[in-house]
Design a protein around this ligand. Structure first.
Ligand code: GLN
Length: 551
């Protein structure tokens, strides 16, 4: 590698001095194999062995970030504390290694090209012809090294989205290949995640897709060190032997990633086959034993249930449960905490509109109603009805962001008698704009990265339910919104019994609402779901599921 090909600000990061080691997780065969869980579980094991570890997700699409992508097509947009709108895998990493990540941990083709083009415009390439190799690959490597050095990581686990053979991911895989050359083979490890399908009930596990996928990886110069094979039941000795032979890795380096009772069991599944030993050999690490602490107990709590709690999630993007994946996990963390399985029905809020109004009574079958985040008019009346029905029928309710705003609309209409009250997002001409555009959003025209994003400190009022739940007068939670409660209506709603129990930005923004004399009616402007962890459920979710379990 010629470091002279780099703009000067990247050169210092691209020397051979990096003391961090790198694990690259590359998918094969098809998408949706759970590469994110393999990545998170490997990182968790290394963390349990005492290493400072973090993860990076590479998304080879050209978007700058996930913020402008449709949640129903791509899954949830996960928000980091520093305001990044990231791929949902970042959420998986945070839940597994309980570490808050910055937006740099999600690298896209768009971000890399933005860096390269900006440097070119500034004249930093000193007249060179700017090319994918070396300039784009150098920018990729520089980004990875910068994070590893800044965070003083022992090991960085880098997951590349998509599968080997995708045109979009080629520059990234090439950068990984170069990285192994630069930081040394003893400091890099390649894990290839593949699939061993079984075509009928009694059939054998097929290894051919893995063989082809490994060939494809080798064709671009990467020999995998570990093959992590997704399969329904544990990989048979015969399949393991074949994969070892064709992929040219020792049998102990073929790891069976068979179905587990919960994702949090995967670290144990892979460790029972000697994962840490193999990784430690590959990376010349000294410690190769995990200190489990309470991890096994927490992981088991996701499969040892005593009863269940039925929750209706009434939202707009229910056709793809991944679009609310952190909500799902936050509910399951809270359920596991009290030994209850949370049974979720994902209900399309449009079902309660346009002639379906009577169907709202079906919410009586649930012990709790949750209204998650959302944007735009379609389906909003259904959510308003659900928020109202839960209030009138004393059904525990948790509203998140859109679910907070629409609970206010429901309250204004049905308790304060302001017919037609609305959010200006849904009815710009409403007479009673109880939820309105944030003033600083008025002159914003770009869609990407312009909402009120990320972590903000929130002041919680003493002697409120919020204060009892959080046990603190200041909390910090993550946001992603353009609209907010219009405080011109503060007196009116307060007089009618709504308690606004937390605020931020020196009182300019309301963050929590609650209704006393209700089993549990609680809604938050922030996205509480992003702060929940296995064994440490976010407090609003915890209290909601507990209230639901009691009702
Ligand atoms: N659409 C609402 C807003 O922009 C709510 C956003 C959300 O639920 N994330 O304020």
């Amino acid at each position: 590698m010629q470091s002279s090909t780099l703009p000067p600000q990247q050169q210092k990061n691209n020397g051979r001095s990096s003391s961090s080691k790198f694990i690259f997780v590359i998918g094969g065969v098809m998408s949706g194999l759970g590469k994110g869980v393999t990545t998170s579980s490997t990182a968790r094991l290394l963390q349990l062995a005492g290493y400072k570890v973090s993860c990076v997700k590479i998304d080879p699409y050209v978007n700058y970030d996930a913020g402008t992508m449709n949640p129903v097509a791509h899954g949830e947009v996960f928000v980091t504390d520093d305001g990044g709108e990231c791929d949902m895998d970042i959420g998986n990493y945070e839940r597994f290694i309980d570490t808050s990540m910055t937006k740099d941990h999600n690298i896209t083709t768009g971000r890399i090209y933005m860096d390269v083009i900006a440097a070119e415009r500034e004249g930093k390439y000193l007249g060179q012809c700017v090319q994918i190799i070396p300039h784009v690959t150098d920018a990729i490597k520089a980004n990875l090294r910068r994070i590893a050095e800044k965070e003083k990581l022992d090991i960085m686990v880098v997951e590349c989205g998509g599968t080997v053979g995708d045109i979009e991911s080629l520059p990234f895989l090439e950068a990984f290949r170069q990285m192994a050359l630069e930081v040394g083979r003893q400091n890099t490890l390649f894990i290839h995640v593949t699939l061993a399908p079984v075509l009928d009930v009694v059939g054998e596990q097929k290894t051919k897709p893995t063989q082809h996928s490994v060939q494809e990886l080798r064709r671009i110069g990467i020999q995998p060190d570990i093959i992590a094979v997704r399969c329904k039941t544990p990989l048979t000795p015969d399949a393991r032997r074949k994969i070892s032979l064709f992929a040219s890795v020792e049998q102990q380096n073929v790891i069976s990633c068979h179905d587990a009772p919960s994702i949090y069991k995967v670290p144990e599944v892979i460790e029972s086959q000697g994962m840490l030993k193999v990784v430690s050999q590959g990376l010349s690490l000294k410690r190769s034993k995990p200190k489990w602490g309470d991890w096994k107990k927490v992981a088991s709590s996701f499969s040892n249930y005593d009863g269940s709690v039925r929750i209706a999630v009434v939202g707009k993007y229910v056709t793809l449960p991944d679009s609310y994946v952190s909500v799902y996990h936050a509910l399951s963390h809270a359920g596991a905490g009290i030994g209850k399985k949370v049974e979720i029905d994902w209900i399309d809020s449009e079902k309660f509109e346009n002639g379906g109004e009577k169907k709202i009574a079906s919410l009586k079958e649930y012990q709790g109603v949750l209204a998650p985040g959302g944007f735009g008019k379609r389906g909003s009346e259904g959510i308003i009805s659900a928020a109202n029905f839960a209030r009138e029928n004393n059904i525990p309710y948790l509203g998140i962001c859109f679910g907070f705003q629409l609970a206010i609309v429901a309250f204004a209409r049905h308790v304060c008698g302001m017919a037609g009250a609305n959010s200006t997002e849904l009815d710009p001409h409403t007479k009673n704009p109880v939820v309105d555009f944030m003033p600083e959003q008025r002159n914003v025209h770009d869609m990407g990265g312009t909402m009120r994003l990320g972590g903000h400190n929130i002041a919680v009022a003493p002697k409120t339910l919020a204060h009892r739940l959080y046990g603190a007068t200041t909390i910090r939670r993550r946001h992603r919104h353009r609209y907010e409660f219009n405080q011109n209506y503060l007196d009116a709603v307060t007089k009618a019994g709504l308690v606004l129990s937390a605020h931020s930005d020196s009182g300019r923004r309301m963050e929590i609402l609650e209704i006393p004399d209700h089993k549990f009616y609680f809604a938050v402007q922030y996205h509480a779901e992003f702060s929940s962890r296995p064994g440490k459920p976010e407090q609003a979710f915890d209290a909601f599921v507990k209230a639901a379990a009691r009702s």
